[in-house]
Design a protein around this ligand. Sequence first.
Ligand SMILES: Nc1nc2c(c(=O)[nH]1)N[C@H]1C(S)=C(S)[C@@H](COP(=O)(O)O)O[C@H]1N2
Ligand SMILES: [Mo]
Length: 390
Amino acid sequence: MLRSVLAALTPPPRVVDWALAAGVAVAVGSGLASFTTGTRSGAWLFWLHAAVGLSLAALLAAKLWRVRRRVVDRAGWDAATPLSVLQAAVAVAAVATGLFWVLGGNVPLWGWTTLNLHVGLGLLLVPLVVVHLRARYHSPRRVDADRRAALKTGAVLVGGAVAWRASETADRLLGGADRRFTGSKPVGDLSAADTRGGDFPVTSWVADDPDPVDRDAWTLTVAGAVDAELALGVDDVDRAGNAAGGGDEAAGADASADSDEPADDETAGGGAATLDATLDCTSGWYTVQRWGGVRVGDLLDRAGVADDARFVRFVSVTGYRWSLPVAEAREALLATHVGGDELSHGHGAPARLVAPGRRGFQWVKWVERVEVRRRGDPAQWLVTLISGFD
Ligand SMILES: Nc1nc2c(c(=O)[nH]1)N[C@H]1C(S)=C(S)[C@@H](COP(=O)(O)O)O[C@H]1N2
Ligand SMILES: [Mo]
């Protein structure tokens, strides 16, 4: 009974296969794009990713059921089968780890969260699918592309979306729904009682691990397309940070982790500012902290920005760097303090970028240069991956 219902619902083999290939492409694409998504306006990317992922689970089940005999019976193996079996295992694991994470699970392995593992499996799937397509390519057929096949495929997608909604609801009922829309889970939240300086993980994007920066030798340079280059010592920058970060905490911030806007920006003169902002790491955790430091806009005003400048690049002592459009950079903070305490080395002392709405890897630590530029910086993608290697 169940079997015949499922058989009736399953699209034709080639449609399943092509839907799998397309589904993997969309899942990997949306997953990668989600890495740079930190505001609510991009939440749909995560929904798409989840719905497609769950549809893939159904399509995978159909596919594995179809080929089960060929796989179980060793006589059915050919040269391409081992990689296909590996591909199937990776695909199942990628979907399973994604679901596990969403349902609140996390089993860290070798410093990797389950979300990291999910990302790694998803990326590994790409070359495996390419190899598989080369070995088993069957061009799409007209006869398969009829209305019923389209309806069935559509039904699988709708099923994925419904399953995603259901999992969200289940999660909420089970009380585990503390994830942000990005999938990240809270650590050391501002809403927690003990938010003293930096009660959250120290993380590197890949391999950055510099020696502590000598505060007295450190200078912050503001250069590039500016009227007058600035070179600020730690005292210049710190004066700003202390004025806002010390003493009573600035008042009345809305620390809502999911709001699109920087929650609060209180400027206390002389460039000193505090900012409640959410650091959301792509390895799956977030923290809302009160950052104290100097508003980048105030540094830029002091240096004088050229009319045709478009980006501001933040460069770490390690070479690690990221650029923000000028208008956005103005609202960002170069933080010397967190939670009222001086930044620790691990969190980027003497100064790190706090870029509300951006993901953690874009919050450059150990900043020593602020460069006003006329162009973007595509090479930053590569540089952030290799900056830690000599
Ligand atoms: N220079 C530099 N800045 C960096 C990184 C890095 O590897 N090097 N890692 C980024 C990543 S991936 C995250 S999530 C945040 C983590 O900040 P934290 O260590 O203060 O929690 O810093 C970002 N800034
Ligand atoms: Mo991160």
